[in-house]
Design a protein around this ligand. Structure first.
Ligand code: HEC
Ligand code: HEC
Length: 226
């Protein structure tokens, strides 16, 4: 697991002045316990649900998860369904830290490795558990080569060359995310309900892209986890 708790704390501290500046310890057991609350909507493995009404969280940079939880808690990003879980009392900084690192560490496979089901050591239960952690985004319509080129030029510097997000800068993964969720967030970003780039809060960078261009980008992203 690649983590940089010092950077996390510093980033959150510098943005919201609510996080302590010292690095918090990580307790995976507490993280797992808190995730049981999240699982009701985001799934046991953070795989999301309801075709993207609940986003995938597994494998997101921990810094991004923590930052969004602070935004929800401070009512800076509206999220009615989550409000009751996220007030100061129920979600102190330590809990945010633990649950974010725990969810970030969950790895979802995109396919099951081949096995011989007739072999003597075949473990059907282990196989079933593995199959529950599968997530494969269905191919979205659009021009994939064009989308790939545009993604690499316009989005990769922040969202990572393969679309899996960036740590430290708290940038979410886009590859492996439900396409419908991405479109919902485009609307929220364009309407300034969310701030895309904290360094340029007044300039929404998706305003520079047409829906057709974003369709191509999302088409490529939907194949990035193939
Ligand atoms: C009652 C349902 C519900 C529960 C429980 C819930 N969430 Fe959410 N969560 C949502 C919804 C709905 C969204 C998407 C909001 C939107 O469309 O902007 C969301 C969005 C998020 C996001 C933003 C993801 C992104 O890519 O933008 C994070 C991070 C998150 N939730 C973390 C958590 C964590 C951690 C927990 C447990 C402590 C949790 N949620 C519990 C419903 C829930
Ligand atoms: C300057 C860095 C930067 C660039 C360039 C950038 N993004 Fe982002 N993007 C971010 C950050 C940071 C966030 C998280 C914002 C927040 O804190 O809510 C984000 C969030 C998003 C989200 C919401 C995803 C989620 O899970 O919440 C979408 C969709 C998105 N970006 C699409 C794009 C696309 C498409 C491009 C290229 C055309 C792009 N972004 C270019 C930094 C960037």
């Amino acid at each position: 697991m690649k983590l940089n708790t010092t950077a996390t704390s510093f980033f959150l501290f510098s943005l919201f002045i609510t996080m302590p500046s010292h690095a918090l310890d990580y307790d995976p057991d507490i993280g797992e316990e808190i995730n049981e609350v999240c699982a009701g909507c985001h799934g046991e493995y953070g795989q999301g649900g309801k075709e993207g009404e609940y986003p995938r969280l597994a494998g997101m940079p921990a810094e991004f998860i923590a930052q969004q939880l602070v935004l929800f808690r401070n009512r800076k990003r509206p999220n009615m369904p989550m409000l009751q879980y996220i007030d100061e009392r129920q979600m102190p900084d330590e809990d945010i830290h633990n649950v974010s690192l725990f969810i970030a560490s969950i790895k979802l496979n995109t396919r099951l490795p081949p096995v011989d089901e007739t072999a003597a050591d075949f473990d059907a239960y282990a196989r079933l558990l593995e199959s529950k952690k599968l997530m494969q985004i269905p191919r979205a319509p659009g021009d994939i080569p064009k989308g790939k080129k545009m993604y690499k030029k316009e989005c990769a510097s922040c969202h990572g060359k393969d679309g899996y997000g960036l740590h430290k800068k708290a940038v979410p993964l886009l590859a492996g995310q439900y396409t419908s969720y991405l479109w919902n967030q485009v609307t929220k970003l364009r309407n300034r309900v969310r701030i895309h780039d904290i360094e340029e809060p007044d300039e929404e960078l998706l305003d520079d892209f047409t829906d057709a261009e974003l369709t191509d980008i999302f088409a490529w992203l939907s194949t990035a986890d193939d």
